[in-house]
Design a protein around this ligand. Structure first.
Ligand code: GLN
Length: 322
């Protein structure tokens, strides 16, 4: 089996082409159920790639600070596995797709003997409750934010206005919280768990930072920019399997079918993709499809994946020239 060799300049060319092809695409709509997100300029668009060597490519609005939203479920899931062990998280939260929207109450009601995943709202709130030091709101908040920052190679600031906007309107998540409590699926104070979840979703991130996070996961937990081993390398295939299973919620199968790349989306318009052993790819573009996944980001990553032959289910992925 031959493995084509890719150079940084070939990757740069394909990323620039993707940007040019999709830069005028206006399909989709900003998330509107969180007032702050409705007002983010829809035309913003950026694509960033970080290779496992630490080299990077960026085009467009890759330094714009946007709400990380559900992509934050990934670092917190890794942190929960680091702290409690992967089997504990599997047993107490799960690793299955729900096949339903990210904030589905129906999924939660159906789940009693069939736990789902830390990458949908219910499981993510449960994961926040699991984070150490339990009983210490400030300590848990710092643990979550600093771990996310280490994954991204630099600290993620809280967007205070987004946090307030989301806290005032998160009625659906409050319902999920109390159903979790009813089923004994929380491991710390309920209000704190929801508040930490809302806070982690309100962290600001750039596409460049998300590409570094994707590269760190692709690189067995070793951040190629900060040169830090951020998490136990044995957890990398496990977090990638969680991402592949449910990264686009009820549209995950379609996404994988088209792109062949495990990736996680957020309603802030970010997508973080991981190509194990090769690179992280991140896009930022606020307009979403009906499942809450960035429309232009999906098109751009799919284009890049096809042009560069990155499908993780294929047998001849490229190697990158040194
Ligand atoms: N904070 C958002 C929510 O809970 C995150 C959703 C998302 O990005 N899919 O609704």
């Amino acid at each position: 089996m031959t493995h084509p060799t890719l150079t940084l300049s070939q990757i740069t060319e394909v990323v620039n082409d993707a940007y040019e092809i999709f830069r005028h695409d206006r399909s989709g709509h900003n998330a509107s159920y969180i007032p702050y997100l409705a007002d983010v300029p829809s035309e913003l668009f950026g694509i960033a790639v970080c290779l496992c060597s630490g080299e990077s490519v960026a085009v467009g609005d890759t330094d714009y600070l946007f709400g990380i939203e559900s992509v934050s479920k990934v670092p917190t899931a890794i942190l929960a596995m680091e702290q409690q062990g992967a089997e504990y998280v599997l047993e107490h939260i799960g690793a299955n797709a729900t096949g339903l929207p990210f904030n589905s109450i129906l999924a939660l009601l159906l789940e009693k003997e069939h736990p789902s995943t830390p990458l949908v709202n219910a499981g993510a709130i449960a994961a926040c409750s699991m984070i150490e030091p339990r009983g210490d709101r400030a300590g848990k908040s710092e643990a979550i934010a600093s771990f996310a920052g280490r994954l991204c190679g630099s600290r993620l600031p809280l967007i205070g206005e987004l946090y307030r906007s989301e806290s005032e309107t998160n009625f659906n998540n409050r319902s999920i919280l109390w159903l979790l409590r009813q089923e004994n699926r929380l491991f710390d104070d309920p209000q704190t768990a929801l508040d930490l979840y809302t806070e982690q979703c309100s962290l600001g991130v750039t596409a460049r930072q998300l590409a570094v996070a994707g590269a760190t996961i692709s690189n067995d937990g070793f951040n190629p920019v900060s040169r830090e081993q951020v998490f136990d390398r044995r957890l990398a295939p496990q977090i990638i399997s969680l991402i592949a299973t449910v990264g686009f919620y009820e549209r995950t199968g379609e996404w994988l079918f088209r792109s062949g790349i495990p990736a996680k989306t957020g309603v802030g318009g970010g997508i973080m993709a991981t190509v194990p052993g090769l690179m992280g790819i991140a896009t930022f573009s606020p307009p979403l499809d009906e499942s809450g996944n960035s429309v232009r980001g999906q098109k751009a990553i799919t284009y890049i994946a096809r042009k560069l032959g990155l499908n993780v289910y294929g047998s001849s992925r490229p190697v990158i020239a040194r």
